[in-house]
Design a protein around this ligand. Structure first.
Ligand SMILES: *Cc1c(COP(=O)(O)O)cnc(C)c1O
Length: 240
């Protein structure tokens, strides 16, 4: 689909198209479509665009910057579940805990401990995914795969966070299908870590606009499409 087509459609039409592609990927992988949640990523898009998504039935939105989400949320329809999908700096944990209902990119035990402490004060329990750098690229956030079991063991004693799964951003590859080994690695790491530690890790947060079908085939339970739903981000900074 070309970008002009994307622009010509309504949000509801684009959402229906993504749902159909998720369903087809599920069918190929022998999975049920209900196993995959679509988390539309609204970064850089304004409240009126988010409102159109809510109108189309969206109930959760992903954002990668705390400050942007904090400014936008009060201007958006109420009742949205905001998910933090980007790197979290320790000095922004407090406002992040206030707004978000789930954090997808917890990339160190230290950050997990900080979130736990703030959640304790706020009387909240935060579901989180550990972000894993499965490719080993130096430019990527995320803990090395070998650190995951230890982090899970330690996080087990934190009473105010709940590690529910793993998240990854694969390296950019010219062909979306080339991201498959990285998604597969995350799933295998999840399976291994869960078996080793006894921590249930139902969620695999993986797959963006260009590669969500591959991610679904490899077991994604949450996909994070932005551009394919909201259109191009107008010249603003992109990924986390
Ligand atoms: C921006 C972003 C997305 C969405 O990217 P698209 O390519 O627009 O689908 C998903 N996940 C994270 C962590 C992001 O920062």
């Amino acid at each position: 689909m070309s970008e002009t087509d994307t622009a010509a459609q309504t949000f509801a039409e684009r959402l229906a198209a993504v749902r159909a592609r998720v369903a087809a990927a599920c069918a190929r992988a022998g999975r049920a479509p209900e196993e995959v949640r679509i988390l539309p990523v609204g970064k850089t898009h304004g409240p009126e665009v988010i409102a159109e998504a809510v109108e189309a039935g969206v109930t959760c939105i992903g954002e990668n910057r705390v400050q942007e989400a904090r400014q936008k949320a009060p201007l958006c329809p109420s009742g949205i579940e905001w998910h933090l999908i980007g790197h979290l700096q320790s000095n922004k944990v407090r406002p992040a805990v206030d707004l978000f209902c789930m954090m997808h990119a917890v990339d160190s035990l230290r950050l997990a401990q900080r979130i736990d402490a703030v959640c304790g004060e706020a009387g909240k329990t935060m579901p989180v995914c550990l972000q894993v750098n499965v490719s080993g690229e130096a430019s990527k956030f995320g803990m090395p795969p070998e650190d995951v079991p230890g982090a899970l063991e330690s996080a087990g004693s934190l009473m105010n966070i709940d590690v529910v799964g793993l998240m990854t951003i694969p390296p950019f590859t010219p062909e979306p299908a080339d991201a498959r080994p990285f998604f597969r690695r995350l799933r295998e790491l999840r399976d291994r870590s869960a078996a080793e530690t006894g921590v249930m890790l139902p969620e695999l947060s993986m797959g963006m606009s260009r590669d969500f079908e591959v991610a679904v085939e490899e077991g994604a339970t949450v996909i994070r499409p932005g551009t394919v739903l909201f259109g191009k981000r107008g010249g603003q900074r992109g990924g986390a």
